[in-house]
Design a protein around this ligand. Structure first.
Ligand code: PLP
Length: 449
């Protein structure tokens, strides 16, 4: 009864005085500079994807380990196993921005995650530890090479992988950890790298939500063996769809490039089994058209991130007067370029539940959401072990004791409790301004009176 009354009260406040906001917020997908000019130039070049599956006179062994800077120096049609002019220019710029030798673009971050895991030379049944809180692709990419995701808790203040729980989840079969810099926050890379190296694990960083974010002055994505970024429409920079893998390791770059581009067609007789493993060539190529848009988007990354930082701190500061709203914290030395602002709502003695606060804010015209419907470990693909076919593969396989790994609600209690408290707001991006943030503040003030 109390719940219904309080819900009515919350929406009544909105209805009586009219919503705070009637206009939609601005999306993060916008033109920042040369996109139109480059796109038109690319269209008129009639080379919309210059990729080829062969190396046309170039030595494949040299092409595969060529730094992105060097690959960009070839003419538009002179190094087509690595793509055309725009793809290679974008990769050169991305590698420079991250201060690494290799950037390997892809048609999505999901593809780039798969490329990285394949390039780690994982075997079927190998375990990869993944924080349970992320976008589904972080965990499902692990299945692509028939490896097994093992979920771990996130820290209650940053929502990124908890290094202590990571260590608890390591088994004799663990080969890699997939760290997520969730929501634009940094995971605690000092501790995670220390734990991973002590146990001989490979590290893949999922930075889909954190391009340009730094931890102790170093870009995330460059602490482990490889890092992955997304260029899908909702992200800080975008070309519609796309992804990028970065690495300092020539072998990882080489295999990622093979997986991206039908690599089985260029293999050599003298290659070892290790070199051939996982080169089941896909087509994960970014088009020239997308790269032409991605180049100027990347140039605007820092400017865009600065707007996110500014709007986020403004919003967090203005809402501190409501002690029931707990903002995320950053790791010491960590940057925070908010992708999605995630408060925890701690109800205590207050009359409104989290869901009622969300409904009240929505009635005020603020597109606030609740958090994950299901976290990754709660998804049916894991709880019912239905992935490839209906017999439970790869969870049930001759080389794997399926009872070792547990999925489902109740297995990650810390993260599940956090998810029940979440209130998320995403429009901290340019061109939203302080005035837009003021609408959010006014709406919270009305609902949380
Ligand atoms: C954390 C995270 N990982 C991976 C992905 C997958 O990226 P994409 O859509 O580019 O495949 C996303 C979002 O889309 C994401 O947020």
């Amino acid at each position: 009864m109390k719940t219904k009354d309080s819900k009515d009260a919350a929406s009544l406040r909105g209805a009586q005085q009219g919503p705070v906001r009637t206009e939609p917020f601005h999306s993060s997908c916008y033109v920042s500079g040369q996109e139109e000019a480059l796109l038109l130039e690319c269209l008129r070049s009639h080379q919309w994807s210059s990729f080829k599956g062969g190396t046309e006179g170039l030595d494949i062994d040299k092409v595969l380990v060529m730094p992105s800077r060097e690959a960009a120096e070839y003419g538009p049609l002179d190094n087509r196993f690595l793509g055309g002019k725009y793809v290679r220019a974008f990769e050169r710029d991305f590698a420079a921005c991250m201060d690494v030798d290799f950037a390997v673009s892809a048609n999505s971050a999901t593809s780039a995650l798969i490329m990285a895991l394949g390039a780690f030379n994982l075997e079927p049944g190998d375990e990869v530890i993944v924080p349970c809180m992320s976008f589904n692709a972080t965990a499902t990419a692990v299945l692509a090479y028939n490896c097994i995701p093992v979920f771990a808790e996130v820290k209650a203040n940053t929502y990124c992988l908890d290094p202590a729980d990571l260590e608890k989840k390591i088994s004799g079969r663990t080969k890699a950890v997939l760290v997520v810099h969730l929501g634009g926050a940094c995971a605690d890379m000092t501790s995670i790298v220390e734990v991973a190296r002590r146990h001989g694990l490979k590290i893949l960083e999922d930075c889909a939500q954190a391009p340009g974010v730094k931890f102790q002055g170093q870009p995330v994505g460059t602490f482990g063996d490889a890092g992955v970024f997304s260029l899908t429409e909702t992200k800080n920079i975008t070309c519609g769809e796309g992804g990028v893998l970065v690495t300092r390791c020539p072998d990882i770059a080489a295999k990622a490039r093979l997986i991206r581009n039908h690599g089985e067609g260029v293999t050599r007789d003298q290659w070892s089994d290790g070199q051939l493993a996982n080169v089941i060539g896909m087509n994960f190529r970014l088009t020239e058209l997308q790269a032409a848009v991605a180049i100027p988007q990347l140039q605007s990354l820092e400017e865009r991130n600065e707007v996110r930082r500014r709007n986020t701190s403004y919003l967090i500061d203005r809402l501190r007067k409501h002690p029931c709203l707990i903002p995320p914290e950053t790791e010491p030395g960590g940057d925070y370029v908010c992708f999605m602002l995630k408060w925890r709502y701690v109800q205590g003695d207050l009359p409104l539940t989290r869901d009622e606060v969300v409904a009240g804010l929505q009635a005020q015209g603020i597109p606030i959401i609740k958090g994950y419907g299901r976290m990754m470990h709660e998804n049916l693909i894991f709880t019912r072990k239905i992935a490839y076919g209906r017999q439970g593969f790869p969870f049930i396989a001759p080389w794997f004791d399926e009872k070792r790994v547990r999925y489902g609600s109740g297995t990650q209690p810390v993260s599940e409790d956090l998810n029940k408290q979440f209130i998320w707001f995403k429009y901290v991006n340019h061109p939203n301004t302080q005035d837009d943030m003021d609408d959010v503040v006014r709406a919270f003030d009305k609902v949380l009176v």
